[in-house]
Design a protein around this ligand. Structure first.
Ligand code: GLA
Length: 380
């Protein structure tokens, strides 16, 4: 989070920003108390904030070209949720945690493609939270703030999301990936090696989490745990079930729950292996883990879509790409390629040319650069 102070006569305007995130591997494992390996994205949500002396929060979204306002003492979320719900949620949850919030005029703009698996929502939540804390001169520890924002999204936007996105945006470190244990909330960091290029490509298919199948996947995982618990009471989350046991209980689980569970437990193993591959700077091994992750998300977790599968094939056919997978919740959004840094430009040109034929327009492609961590404060 970067805070820039702009003084205009006697009015103090503050600008706050929070990055997006890409998850290198560990997809749909966070709400199963598993491990994830995200890194921050060098694209940001920016919030310009002025304090008001009443209880009104007025927010202008530059991306949507809309202005909404509400009283902090009377929050009535929209149903179905819209972008303002995320902001109402952050305000309500900060207050729920006894953090005093005053009225504010906020202008929000974001470079992060929305609904593309890059955590535009968590970035918005954290940028807003920092703006409200900043103008009120309040402080909350990064990890706590991530939880507050997760609750905001769950309760006010109706998404039963895990903690990965908010935690990564709040606690990420520049140029590093974070291995986060979503049960203990312990994290370890590893440098992104210089020979590794992380190429993010938008499939052009947008997802809408509340309307999508995300919540049904969280329900299915819970149902699998419940069935396993009947025989193995020590299993509190899918994270606790060894793959052998899941194979053994295949008939009891039925094909859908069996496949969901198999994805989760094998993905957790791949995530740990990917962290170790990064430590060894073994980007070929990382690439093969990424490819296995995509196959599992497509076949077992059933959250890919034909456009993403085609994009993955196109990217993987480029020389210097070691593996590609869908990232984020799925059902569209972006793919991530693990590539040899020295040939990045050639790869990007080739993907652009070949995927343009599928999309019938130029795809959005972004090569990741180290992103400013969310908790760093600077006065410019
Ligand atoms: C969304 C959620 C995360 C996580 C991913 C899938 O981004 O917000 O908590 O579950 O999907 O890995």
């Amino acid at each position: 989070m970067v805070k820039i102070l702009i003084t205009n006569k006697n009015i103090l305007t503050s600008v706050f920003q929070a990055p997006g995130r890409i998850n290198i591997i560990g997809e749909h494992t966070d709400y199963n108390e598993g491990l994830v390996l995200p890194t921050n994205l060098d694209l940001y949500t920016k919030v310009t904030a002025n304090a008001r002396d009443d209880d009104i929060i007025q927010v202008t979204s530059s991306n949507f070209g809309q202005t909404e306002s509400f009283s902090i003492n009377q929050i009535a979320p929209n149903n179905p949720p819209t972008w303002i719900n995320y902001i109402q949620g952050v305000v309500a949850e900060l207050r729920e945690n006894n953090i005093p919030i005053t009225g504010a005029d906020l202008v929000v703009s974001s470079d992060i493609p929305i609904g593309a698996g890059l955590s535009s929502s968590a970035s918005l939540e954290l940028a807003i939270a920092h703006a409200l804390l900043g103008i009120g001169k309040n402080k909350v520890a990064a990890q706590k703030l991530a939880q507050i924002c997760q609750n905001a999204e769950t309760k006010y936007a109706g998404v039963n999301c895990g903690i990965m996105d908010q935690h990564s945006v709040a606690c990420g470190r520049k140029g590093q990936a974070m291995l986060l244990d979503c049960r203990t909330m312990e994290s370890k960091y590893v440098e992104i090696p210089a020979n590794l290029s992380l190429i993010v490509i938008d499939s052009g298919v947008t997802h809408n989490l509340p309307d999508g199948e995300y919540n049904s996947r969280t329900d299915e995982c819970r149902a699998a745990v419940k069935l396993l618990q009947a025989t193995y009471p020590a299993i509190q989350a899918l994270r606790d079930a060894p793959i052998k046991l899941i194979d053994q209980e295949k008939d009891q689980l039925g094909i859908i729950l069996y496949s969901r569970a198999r994805h989760v437990v094998t993905e957790i193993e791949r995530t740990v292996a990917a962290f170790n591959a990064l430590i060894k700077k073994d980007i070929r091994l990382l690439g093969s883990l990424i490819s296995a992750s995509h196959a599992s998300l497509r076949d077992d977790f059933d959250v890919s879509c034909p456009e993403i599968d085609q994009l993955v094939q196109i990217a993987d056919s480029c020389s210097g790409v070691y593996g590609t997978r869908m990232i984020g919740a799925g059902f569209g959004g972006c793919a991530l390629s693990i590539a040899e840094a020295s040939v990045t430009k050639k790869i990007v040109d080739q993907i652009r040319e070949n995927y343009s034929k599928v999309l019938e327009s130029e795809p959005w492609i972004h090569v990741l650069k180290p992103a400013t961590p969310a908790m760093e404060v600077r006065h410019l």
